[in-house]
Design a protein around this ligand. Structure first.
Ligand code: FUL
Length: 683
């Protein structure tokens, strides 16, 4: 008996010893934030007055009678979101123009005075019920900025805002997220029907008490704004988080609508004091609201996939917006694209190769924290190292050499975000090769790399705040996509088409028909001398796979155009390249079209560089026959252009001109107006 005692004691000591979990690294997520993290992917819907006024930011003087959807069906929205794999919907209950989608008792500016359902409708109720029916969470977007309300800017408006929030948060069941938009017209560049322009965004809204109200009425809801308090803006409207993305934030230094927020806080902060994770918001079209002229600009599958990998794959949640159309439906094209994304994500992550291999680690904390926990289905089980052991590796040995190109890692975030840097190595026939070096991991990190035939994969944590904790690792092979052609046009009107992959053919049409592999094969640049719709696709004859179709409406060429301003760099305004720009000290650009032309609109690309100085927010567009006497053809504002610097398309009644002038009345940063590209519409 004695001879067995010692080994038995050793066995019990090793196997049975309870090991305590690693101490948390503060800050850590609250239970409501952990529930929210699970959602990962959900929908935004922008639908209200702007849908009917064709604007991005209404002025607040629109009439409720304009709100008149013909086939409104929130159940269609819920069905689409559900089938796309999204977990909830957030609706613009009130946008900057102040129009309310529910019959608020505190304003006349709502659905109750619209023709929709004879004023008896309540869209917030209908959508909340549709979400329930489809098993989706329901969230509310509420714009603090209000261009309609007469008290905006005064203390009375804060009472109004809280009364409305009380309506929204008590009458429609559980709310998972309250979205407070920080936009406020850029501090003085805009005006509205009734607003006073002098609010101090730091103090005016008395956020603390508004937050308390939301907590009291919906304790389970997270609140979103630039600075949280629970979820933060990712700092851009492209839907991209960053290589380094922390859940931590110096929350007390941030407030909603801070002008320098993107530069300072969008990535979070390694030493941030509070857990305020990132949410990436992006629209499926260039604008947030529906505009018919964007029907051919719905994001392509490669673009949507890029968004998926740069948001969910970089420690952020993803909020994709549907600009519901005037019927009150998610447009067919948007449905088609979001379903393609859903299918592709399913395809990319269909088989987890990590699950079929063997797992080992250079260090294990002990019982309950073994490496094997990273491949089980239980998100509560995780691998951890002993205290003080930071540099450590997980090795996954595949059952046979296998082609891979995706790697997923997830930290066990209830104990805080810990990893500061890591590497990924792959063992091939030729030995070990480092294929990735990165910084943060967080709730989920997805790495993409070229196809590689792997025998083993090694994930090494090279630096962390404390012993790392990993709840999941995955290895995948994502089949290739054929990317649609890119179109480049020269000043003379010539069009070049190109694709990144070699050996892929490009086919196009110029008569509006859908291109296929039997259409014109692109060989040399195409001369396009009049307004034309060009459609092109790429076809990989080896795999038989096709790209999506590129659709571009090309207007007249700029061959004869000359910029009149005396600065040789000014030609950048008409070089057909939106990446180059010119800043005008006179805050205007004057262009000679070389002949008299009937135009019915103009286009403006703001500068696309990182700092985007001189983005025009208010403009006047003039026309002239002789370059001396000018007529104003249209004036107005470019709404939301700072956060969403897309091409602006402005239409007006036809007019014959030889000269055009785009004049800036204000820019978003008070710097001289910058022009990346100016064009005209003639069709
Ligand atoms: C921005 C707003 O100004 C846009 O109109 C849109 O609602 C977007 C989601 O947030 O700040």
């Amino acid at each position: 008996m004695k001879k067995y005692l010692l080994p038995l004691l050793i066995f019990l000591a090793c196997e049975g010893k309870e090991v305590s979990p690693p101490a948390p690294v503060e800050p850590i997520p609250s239970p409501r934030q952990l529930t929210w993290h699970e959602l990962e992917y959900y929908a935004f819907v922008h639908f209200n007055m702007n849908t009917f006024s064709d604007m991005e930011w209404g002025m607040g003087d629109e009439l409720p009678s304009e709100f008149n959807p013909t086939a409104l069906d929130p159940r269609q929205w819920a069905k689409v979101a559900k089938e796309a794999g999204m977990k909830g919907i957030i609706i613009t209950a009130k946008h900057h123009d102040g129009f309310c989608l529910w019959p608020s008792a505190y304003t006349e500016h709502s659905v109750k005075n619209s023709p929709w359902k004879d004023g008896k409708g309540d869209l917030i109720r209908e959508l909340s019920e549709a979400c329930k029916e489809y098993g989706l969470k329901f969230g509310i977007y509420y714009s603090p900025w209000d261009r309609n309300h007469a008290d905006y800017g005064k203390p009375e408006y804060i009472t109004y805002m809280r009364n409305q929030l009380t309506e929204l948060l008590t009458n429609y069941g559980d709310i998972f997220e309250v979205w407070f938009d920080g936009a406020n017209g850029g501090d003085g560049y805009y005006g509205g029907a009734n607003e006073v322009r002098t609010v101090d965004k730091l103090t005016y809204y008395d956020w603390e008490n508004t937050y308390n109200l939301v907590r009291e009425l919906q304790p389970g809801a997270v609140m979103f704004s630039d600075g949280g308090p629970d979820v933060r803006w990712v700092g851009n409207e492209h839907g991209f988080a960053y290589e380094t993305t922390w859940g931590n934030l110096m929350r007390d230094s941030v407030y909603a609508g801070m002008p320098d927020y993107p530069e300072r806080f969008a990535s979070g902060q390694e030493n941030g004091t509070h857990w305020v994770p990132a949410e990436s918001d992006v629209s499926i079209r260039p604008g947030w609201y529906y505009h018919e002229y964007e029907d051919h600009k719905v994001r392509t599958l490669p673009q949507l996939l890029e968004i998926y990998y740069k948001s969910i794959g970089q420690n952020s949640s993803l909020l994709i917006n549907f600009p519901v159309d005037r019927r009150g439906l998610i447009h067919e094209k948007d449905v088609e694209q979001i379903m393609k994304l859903a299918d592709k994500i399913r395809e990319d992550f269909a088989v987890d190769l990590a699950k079929t291999g063997k797992v080992s680690a250079t260090n294990e904390r002990g019982k309950g924290f073994e490496a094997i926990n990273i491949t089980d289905e239980d998100k509560e089980s995780y691998w951890a190292t002993e205290d003080g052991v930071i540099e450590s590796s997980i090795v996954l040995t595949l059952s046979e050499p296998t082609l891979i190109n995706r790697f997923v890692a997830q930290e066990y975030i209830p104990l805080g975000q810990r990893i500061k840097s890591f590497t990924l190595e792959v063992e091939t026939e030729k030995g070990w090769e480092q294929i990735y070096q990165g910084t943060t991991v967080g709730i989920k990190r997805i790495l993409r790399f070229d196809d590689i035939l792997a025998k083993q994969v090694r994930f090494t944590i090279t630096d962390a705040k404390a012993s790392p904790t990993i709840s999941n690792i995955g290895i995948f092979y994502a089949p290739k996509l054929v990317t649609e052609p890119e179109l480049i046009r020269s000043k003379t009107g010539e069009v070049t088409l190109q694709v990144p992959e070699k050996g892929v053919g490009i086919y196009y049409t110029m008569d509006g028909s859908e291109p296929n592999e039997n259409s014109n094969k692109y060989e040399n640049p195409i001369a396009v001398s009049e307004p034309t719709t060009l459609k092109a696709m790429a076809f990989d004859s080896q795999s038989g796979k096709k790209s999506e179709v590129l659709v571009r409406h090309l207007d007249i060429p700029k061959a004869k155009w000359k910029v009149i301003n005396q600065d040789e760099k000014a030609t950048k305004v008409i070089d057909e390249d939106s990446q180059t720009f010119w800043a005008s000290e006179q805050n205007e650009v004057v262009i000679d079209l070389g002949e008299s032309i009937t135009i019915n609109g103009f286009t403006y690309w703001p500068p696309q560089n990182r700092f985007m100085s001189g983005v025009i927010s208010k403009y006047v567009f003039e026309g002239s026959m002789d370059g001396k006497s000018w007529k104003t053809l249209i004036s107005g504002e470019f709404s939301n252009i700072k956060n969403n610097p897309i091409e602006q398309v402005v239409s007006f009644a036809s007019y014959s001109v030889r000269f055009i002038k785009l004049k800036s009345l204000s820019t978003t940063d008070n710097q001289p107006a910058s022009f990346a590209e100016v064009g005209v519409l003639t069709k």
